[in-house]
Design a protein around this ligand. Structure first.
Ligand SMILES: CC(C)(COP(=O)(O)OP(=O)(O)OC[C@H]1O[C@@H](n2cnc3c(N)ncnc32)[C@H](O)[C@@H]1OP(=O)(O)O)[C@@H](O)C(=O)NCCC(=O)NCCS
Length: 168
């Protein structure tokens, strides 16, 4: 499917309680050490700090983004797209919404951790001007692997650049 078509029938919206089962299914299909339902619910209870969105195609939840905005920083805690829907610009659309909201709330920098071997995610973040800023030794399990800490030092600039590129 083309990016234009992906964008035309894709909706990014704040997560609702009833989206959780679909989120849990994507999480289980994606990660070797998936977040539990309790972890997702805890994130949703962080009123004022936690912000989370789902990507929907029709009624189907096809991706999600869980974040915090705290002390002027945008923390990306979890992002995934259902395997059958990858490569269609959905994660990009989720990040665009999340970064826009974070900038509106005063965030100027963003940070996240990513497995060193996760080339698709690292490429996604590089598109948004994230650069490697540190390493957390043996941060992940199943399998054990270092995390790279990535930071975007200029969120408003990254958003403006994305708009100039004319991406959906
Ligand atoms: C990483 C992930 C969220 C990307 O989602 P997606 O919807 O497929 O990504 P998009 O289609 O929006 O791609 C946006 C950009 O990301 C990069 N990218 C995405 N998938 C890629 C791949 N398989 N290989 C290389 N780059 C990739 C590209 O730069 C792409 O832009 P381009 O198509 O113009 O080159 C998805 O692969 C996923 O859910 N992975 C498993 C969960 C995960 O790793 N989460 C991140 C944990 S830190």
């Amino acid at each position: 499917m083309s990016r234009a078509r992906a964008a035309s029938d894709l909706i990014i919206a704040p997560i609702r309680e009833e989206d959780l089962p679909a989120v849990l299914a994507i999480e289980a299909a994606t990660f070797s050490a998936p977040w539990t339902e309790e972890m997702f619910r805890w994130e949703l209870e962080q009123a004022g700090t936690g912000l989370a969105w789902v990507a929907r195609r029709g009624e189907r939840v096809v991706g999600y983004l869980f974040t915090w905005v705290v002390a002027g920083e945008f923390h990306i805690n979890n992002i995934a797209v259902a395997p059958a829907y990858r490569g269609q610009g959905i994660a990009d659309a989720l990040l665009k919404t999340g970064l826009g909201e974070a900038v509106g709330r005063g965030a100027r920098v963003a940070l996240l951790e990513v497995r060193e071997s996760n080339a698709p995610a690292r490429a996604l973040y590089a598109r948004w001007r994230f650069a490697v800023a540190g390493r957390r030794k043996r941060y992940y399990s199943h399998p054990t692997e270092d995390a790279l800490l990535m930071r975007c030092e200029d969120l408003p600039g990254a958003l403006a650049r994305h708009r100039r590129r004319g991406d959906p």
